[in-house]
Design a protein around this ligand. Structure first.
Ligand code: FES
Length: 215
């Protein structure tokens, strides 16, 4: 896949209509592109540039600032283990070592079957439940080697398919804009269900509120 599909191009146009300046929609549209392909391809970024009347270099230059975007294919599940201070003190390094052994790849690597990309991450803002892991941006707290293995098993077996969307997308935490006087934006915005977190049910709601405020 390279350029945005017709449906996703339509979503991009809807996003553009939410902003006074088209280029302001760049980051949300890049998330749509990443949701589609799992990473940002050159052709895809070229298409986004066309839609926003920017150069591909401007799109790439902005996208490469953010470590949530990937420029090479990643696994179906992006597994990020926080190794910042709170998680480190609660055994994150041991967990990373365990994950390396379990998945057979070092951080930055993708398993041969394309199922998992392992990453170490800076603080994921779930310090109260350290050590913390995200899978495609869904949170799992208080993870130890045993629960990590269970998580991987559940993912492999497809038991979390309803809970964890493909490709590290943020789409399921997007929801209707709640701002007063923004009816057009509310109607234009895709209404997608919220994600959930098995170990931290409040986290998805917190995230949704956070994004709600941004969009
Ligand atoms: S230090 Fe790991 S979530 Fe904050």
């Amino acid at each position: 896949m390279a350029r945005l599909t017709p449906d996703n191009e339509q979503r991009a146009r809807e996003l553009i209509s939410l902003y006074p300046y088209a280029r302001s929609a760049l980051i949300p549209i890049l998330h749509v592109l990443q949701e589609q392909d799992g990473h940002l391809s050159e052709d895809g970024m070229g298409h986004v540039a066309e839609l926003l009347d920017l150069s591909t270099a401007e799109v790439r230059g902005t996208a490469t600032f953010y470590d949530m975007f990937h420029f090479e294919p990643v696994g179906k599940y992006l597994v990020a283990i926080c190794t910042n201070i709170a998680c480190m003190l609660q055994g994150a390094y041991r967990l990373v070592e365990h994950a390396e052994g379990r998945l057979g790849v070092a951080p930055g690597g993708t398993t041969e079957d394309g199922m998992f990309t392992l990453e170490d991450a800076e603080c994921l803002a779930l310090c109260g439940n350290a050590p913390c892991v995200t899978v495609n941006w869904r949170f799992f707290g208080d993870v130890d080697p045993e629960s990590f293995d269970q998580l991987i098993e559940d993912l492999r077996a497809g038991r979390l398919d309803d809970e964890i969307p493909l490709h590290g997308t943020l789409s399921r935490v997007r929801r209707v804009t709640a701002g007063a006087g923004n009816t057009a934006a509310r109607e234009a915005q895709p209404n997608v269900e919220l994600g959930t977190s098995r170990t931290m049910p409040a986290v998805a709601s917190l995230n949704a509120g956070h994004l709600d405020g941004q969009q």
